[in-house]
Ligand binder design. Sequence first.
Ligand code: ZN
Ligand code: ZN
Length: 389
Amino acid sequence: MNVRALLTNAVPELVALRQDLHAHPELGLEEVRTSEVIARELAALGYSVSRGLARTGVVATLSNGTGHRAVGIRADIDALPIHEETGLAYASRTPGLMHACGHDGHTAMLLGAARAIAERRHFDGTVHLIFQPAEENVGGARIMVEEGLFDRFPCDAVFALHNDPGLPFGTFAFRDGPIMAAVDECRITVHGVGGHGAEPQSTADPVVAGASIVMALQTIVSRNIHPLDPTVVTVGAFHAGSASNVIPERAELVVGIRSFDPAVRDELERRIWLVAERQAESYGMSARVDYERSYDATINHKAETDFLRDLAVRFAGRALVTEMPRPSMGSEDFAYMLKARPGSYFFLGARRSEADRPLHHPGYNFNDDLLPIGAAFWTELVEAYLPQS
Ligand SMILES: [Zn+2]
Ligand SMILES: [Zn+2]
């Protein structure tokens, strides 16, 4: 039976599996039930199942024939701290937690592929299916790599996808080189002198200094960074004060910083420190800066991206294969797998209608019609990447 027919028969089960995962979301590194479901499913299919990398990670391995080539496919499995508002029958049963990024769908797709790969055994070599925790918060991919993912499960290449409700259904979007940005977070605390709102002369007002810092930060991207280097500096939160007649003691800003070039990343950090400290100083105050580097940029490898694109043209036809004109300023911890091994990451269009909600929205829901497409594509990838048995 061909891959598509095999998976079309499995659609009701894959949909049930996805919706069960959707009803039981778990945060990064706490995906205990989720990894239990994954491990049970894979063991029943005859995979050798390893658990415990990055606490709740699952790696399922299947070898066939005598070949030494190996390929890895990664699905992320974690949910988000968002309260679901879809009203679905299978909506999250845990208030405040939700699969709002479609990782339930990514997981179900790879489990669907696991079935077809095992049933057909149409490859010579080894397949490692990597179910990775904590994409959304602490970088489960980095933890898995640091804990020896590719030493224990050597892969010649590694691949991953993300559904995109902004792209037409069934469209493949590829990009060679940089595809997702590096992201950092910075907290700036301005320490002033509080007092009565009617007596500003005997206070040092951190609201004014904080507002000045917000404005000065806007000049970093526009005045200090090359116009053709993609960068974002977003002040996402500004907390200060409580009443019109009170000058508070402190103001706190939370800043998100995104970039691609490591030298630009260094320069952004240097400028933010400078702006925060010097602006505060000019108002007679001090600022404390807590700067934390988060995910590195996700950089696709050319040969593996070319391989994916050729496969997608054969799989879906040229009309459904597109190139991303520019990278996304979002971020993705698959970056760390791509720093350790050659590979490529791409987007799969999921749009149903204009009413679709974006990723990370309380009304978002993964499009189940993508399940057989993603599962079939991963199956064909294994059979194309490894020699035929
Ligand atoms: Zn997400
Ligand atoms: Zn995601």
